[in-house]
Design a protein around this ligand. Structure first.
Ligand SMILES: [Zn+2]
Length: 664
């Protein structure tokens, strides 16, 4: 008799080995961190004595599941800002909240929450990508999880680094500290080709090659990304990362919803693998990865949940089921990706996809003891047919199509029991639950505070210039602009610049607020009426007037301006205005020196809504109210010069004018 530590007996042993061996009344022997043997129960019990023998009747004994792509601390952000488009969700909510909250304490709690959920659902190994990855590695190791810990590197500052150089340094420290650890594999993670330059991706690849660790990256998540890559780099995403040396490393490419068969072959040739994220891709409507084609190309595919903020859970049974169903539904082929293939993607192919196939993923002697016991007797999985005699593959369909994460009874990782009879042994579930809810309340308070304040919401998405500025201006109606144009081109005016614009303004109003947000598209028009260039700006306009000078020249304060680098649709979905007004106008603009003052003159013709006549606007930026007096006097003189009397002055803004116009 040989000695083992634990014998799991009388379950259906689903080995997921090369032959997909099944033992209907089977057993698994565990000693230390490894699997000693898997086979028929009577053989195993005849050969091994163990301190503990666990009866697994009515259960499957199978390799632990592997989550091939996620961001574990984002458990704390699940349920936040759901049902939005990817850009609004990411740039409007996730990034600002992460910027404010992500810290070593945050990632520790988020990782603990994720570990508790994953262990309860039979996941024994996870490929994480986030910030403060060294802290996450420690949390994972403490919880007893096997984990690939991928340090995120981006071109821009991140919650854990002021620059990409700092991220690279943190990554190198992570690798030096954790390589060779029995549970943790450190990984280099350039976030994506659209958040890293070619040069930065190359540096990441060089580091991964130097230390022989995997490289984890988001690839072709959406068709938009592929289009952008073609536009910016003149080639599709896989070609672009190859050009920058990425495929020299052991790559794990997350998503790949929009790669073609040529790209699949390129990945395969390079030994790169894919993490398929069915739920997240569906939820964000990113697309459906073509698993059937990828399998035919010989790619190793693992299954990922992606971050719990875009899923919203870490339930791998749900993902496996979806892998099979999506492949069938999207190809209209009910026999593609059968249950056994879908199941294999979680443990054994998942391990290969993470480049640790020699270590885990199947119940074979010598592999690490990453084992789960799954109850097949639940009501939703009843009745059972006689396995093997009826149809040997029925155990796979039972696991993939009917089993639930809550059917997992016991979990071992690296020979250590992490859950016994659904009770967690390394984590305090009640404590994690309470602290996660406390964190949610803090995030909620931050968002509620911000939601009520358009300026802070504007600041949250970046780029706001908040310096205080003053604008002095007057607006009047004129029937014929020709005499004014002639005057501008005459004596006393020094024209610095003259431009012709077509302007499209969309004003967002907010309930109970006296300010509005303006999204402006400025199309610069040449002499032939062709658009030369376009500029997009976002301005928060207050209605507050500081002072009124003679001739109704007004001083107003503080407009907060940001370059509008996202679409009007993005801002509409992000700011959720209660009302919108749209104005289109033709603008002739002059920058002039008049009486030693720098002033701007606009002659506007409203196009939509239609308004009779023209509007002339004379304005100047002024940096303090002190020189406003002088400029107000100059503007008054200019009005007189143009022959514009006080009766022609309008105090209304265009939006107010627009509102009394009948719509066309
Ligand atoms: Zn991801």
């Amino acid at each position: 008799m040989q000695q083992a530590d634990t014998l799991l007996v009388h379950g259906i042993v689903v080995t997921m080995n090369g032959d997909f061996s099944l033992y209907p009344d089977g057993a698994v022997a565990i000693a230390g961190d490894a699997i000693l043997a898997a086979g028929p129960a009577k053989d195993i019990q005849a050969r091994y004595a163990a301190a503990e023998t666990i009866d697994c009747s009515g259960c499957a004994i199978m390799p632990g599941l592997i989550n091939a792509h996620t961001h574990v601390p984002m458990t704390l952000l699940r349920g936040l800002a759901d049902d939005r488009r990817l850009d609004v969700w990411l740039y409007g909510y996730m990034l600002p909240v992460e910027k404010h909250f992500v810290s070593p304490e945050f990632v520790t709690l988020g990782a603990q929450l994720a570990c508790a959920e994953m262990i309860r659902g039979g996941v024994t190994c996870v490929n994480d990508m986030y910030y403060f990855e060294d802290t996450i590695a420690q949390t994972m190791a403490d919880a007893g999880m096997r984990a690939l810990c991928s340090q995120t590197i981006m071109q821009y500052p991140t919650p854990d680094a002021g620059s990409y150089d700092e991220s690279l340094e943190a990554c190198e420290r992570l690798i030096r500290k954790w390589r060779g650890h029995p549970l943790i594999v450190p990984v280099v993670a350039p976030h994506a080709p659209y958040t890293c330059s070619g040069a930065l991706m190359r540096r990441c690849a060089e580091m991964a090659v130097e230390y022989d660790v995997p490289l984890h990256i988001h690839i072709s998540e959406t068709f938009q990304e592929v289009e952008d890559c073609r536009r910016d780099n003149g080639m599709p995403v896989v070609a672009w990362i190859k050009k920058n040396g990425v495929l020299e490393a052991k790559v794990i490419a997350a998503h790949c919803t929009a790669i073609d068969q040529g790209e699949m072959r390129t990945l395969k040739r390079a030994g790169a693998t894919v993490a398929h994220n069915p739920t997240a891709n569906l939820k964000l409507a990113s697309g459906i990865a073509n698993v059937t084609q990828m399998l035919a190309a010989g790619l190793h595919i693992g299954i990922g949940t992606d971050g719990p903020a875009s899923n919203n859970d870490l339930d791998h049974f749900e993902e496996m089921r979806l892998v099979a169903l999506l492949a069938k539904g999207s190809t209209r082929d009910p026999v593609t990706v059968p249950a056994r293939v879908a199941l294999a993607l979680a443990p054994v192919e998942g391990a290969r996809a993470l480049h640790i196939g020699d270590l885990t993923g199947s119940l074979e002697p010598g592999k690490r003891a990453d084992v789960i016991v799954l109850n097949l007797n639940a009501l939703h999985n009843t009745p059972q047919y006689a396995f093997l005699s009826h149809d040997p593959s029925s155990v796979y369909t039972q696991i993939v199509y009917a089993s639930k994460a809550s059917d997992v009874q016991h979990v071992w990782v690296n020979g250590r029991c992490l859950m016994r009879d659904r009770r967690l042994l390394t984590l305090d579930e009640a404590d994690i639950h309470a602290r996660a809810n406390e964190m949610a309340r803090q995030i909620e308070a931050f968002l509620i505070d911000r939601e009520g304040d358009v300026l802070r919401k504007l600041a949250a998405i970046g780029g706001v210039q908040q310096e205080e500025s003053f604008e002095i201006q007057v607006k009047a109606t004129v029937d014929d602009p020709a005499p004014i144009i002639a005057a501008i081109n005459g004596a006393g005016f020094n024209v610095v610049r003259h431009v012709h614009y077509r302007q499209y303004d969309t004003y967002f109003y907010f309930k109970g607020e006296d300010y509005r947000l303006r999204y402006r598209e400025d199309d610069k028009v040449d002499a032939q009426s062709n658009i030369e260039s376009s500029r997009y700006r976002l301005t928060l306009v207050g209605s507050q007037k500081e002072k009124e000078f003679p001739h109704s020249v007004l001083l107003s304060r503080s407009r907060f301006i940001a370059p509008a680098d996202r679409s009007l649709r993005f801002y509409r979905e992000y700011f959720k205005p209660t009302r919108e007004v749209t104005i289109e106008k033709d603008r002739l603009r002059w920058e002039v020196i008049y009486e030693d003052e720098n002033l701007f003159i606009n002659i506007d013709q409203m196009i939509q809504p239609e308004a009779g006549g023209y509007f002339i606007e004379i304005k100047s930026r002024t940096w303090s109210p002190r020189d406003a007096e002088r400029k107000a006097r100059t503007i008054g003189n200019m009005l007189t010069r143009f022959g514009i009397g006080d009766s022609a002055i309008v105090k209304d803004e265009y939006v107010e004018i627009a509102e009394v116009m009948p719509s066309r």
